[in-house]
Design a binder for this molecule. Structure first.
Ligand code: PLP
Length: 371
């Protein structure tokens, strides 16, 4: 295979089981937006449910529709803002939606597809994106939902801005949410409360409330950008290719656009037929390791759209050898977090950035498993 993303569904399942155990008695909502953080939303959703996720969440109405079209059942929340046409798509997918304005609730209550729709009211406690900052407006919105015979007040939520890097600010947000939700609960008893993302679920126990919304950890990546294994998480995604061509480079000869690698000594160069068109970011030029033959070899030269080159060293290498870009080979491991560090970004962007051109292949602990 030129380029292949192999996804271990057993890893997703076990990560969910782990998160569900950590969160209990709170329920686990697995976030499968952005095509399951690049892993494939439908397959990830099924594995997450098998691992104990009671809820699924997506960002867009189309994502909800796609899950239902694929036959995914169960509680589903669309977390994003919805335009009028998107609202129709979300409702037809029998998804719960998020509200923070009375006007939106009025539109919803009058919508022909809204029968029985669950609505989660969002208070913005410090993220500054969606939700209302005004607790009174949030309460009025909740009251409007409760008063609409065709709607259900299904939840109250907020979202943390810094759970991965500043727990103190996350706790301030949680305190604001608690101040508001205390009154809300007095008026509407038993409304489920949810706030925690993966980082908060793992690091701020009191934030788990009635449900946690975990994304990155579901896929076995570390919400803090460190080693996921320290939380008992297992990365589900491996990005692999193979050595399609090998050639010897003499001192002074170069590889790739701009001649950004010039051999100082005789060496063997391997060409792997994937590039930035597949999600191997160009900024990794001369700054990445690839696993070939159980060892780390440096990516040398410029990442092109369809090819990268690696320095295999002085031994004449094997054409056709397997190359692991993200994942493990022998005792060596290149996690998505390593790419993120080199690129000055987060692991989320690494797996979301593996393009649609890369086929996804599913397995369970190495045994082929259709999604
Ligand atoms: C509202 C909301 N909740 C939960 C999550 C899941 O976050 P994470 O992937 O950090 O667990 C996201 C993702 O960004 C989100 O937007």
């Amino acid at each position: 295979m030129r380029a292949l993303a192999r996804i271990d569904l057993a890893a997703i399942e076990r990560n969910c089981a782990r998160l569900a155990a950590v969160a209990a008695p709170a329920q686990l909502c697995a976030v499968v937006k952005a095509d399951g953080y690049g892993h494939g939303a439908v397959a990830a959703a099924r594995a997450a449910q098998a691992g104990g996720a009671a809820w699924l969440a997506v960002a867009t109405a189309d994502e909800a529709g796609d899950l239902r079209t694929a036959g995914i059942q169960g509680p589903l929340l669309v977390m994003g803002a919805l335009s009028a046409p998107e609202l129709t798509v979300a409702l037809r997918a029998r998804a719960d939606v998020v509200a923070w304005r009375e006007r939106f609730v009025a539109e919803l209550a009058a919508h022909p597809d809204a029968d029985g729709t669950g609505v989660h009211v969002k208070l913005d406690t410090g993220m500054g994106r969606l939700g209302t900052r005004d607790p009174r407006e949030a309460s009025r919105t909740a009251a409007a939902v409760a008063a609409a015979p065709r709607l259900r007040l299904a939840g109250a939520m907020t979202h943390f801005a810094t759970a991965d890097e500043d727990a103190a600010f996350a706790r301030e947000q949680l305190a604001r949410f608690a101040d508001w939700s205390r009154g809300l609960r007095a008026a509407h008893s038993g409304v489920p409360l949810h706030a925690a993302n993966s980082a908060a679920t793992l690091a701020i126990p009191e934030s788990r409330l009635d449900m946690v919304r975990c994304g990155i950890a579901v896929y076995g990546m570390d919400p803090f950008g460190a080693d996921p294994f320290r939380h008992g998480l297992r990365p589900a995604l491996e990005l692999r290719s193979y050595v399609a061509e090998v050639k010897r480079l003499e001192p002074g000869e170069s590889v790739g656009y701009g001649r950004r690698f010039v051999a100082a000594a005789p060496t063997w160069i391997g060409t792997l037929p994937l590039g930035y068109g597949d999600g191997v970011r160009r900024a990794l030029s001369n700054d990445c390791d690839v696993l070939v033959g159980g060892r780390r070899v440096p990516l040398v030269g410029t990442v092109s759209m369809d090819n990268i080159t690696v320095d295999l060293g002085p031994e004449p290498p094997e054409r056709g050898a397997e190359a692991i870009l993200i994942g493990a080979q022998g005792s060596e491991r290149v996690p998505a977090e390593e790419w993120a560090r080199r690129l000055g970004t987060i692991n989320y962007e690494i797996t979301c950035g593996i393009s649609a051109r890369v086929p996804r292949e599913y397995h369970r602990d190495g045994v082929a498993a259709p999604p």
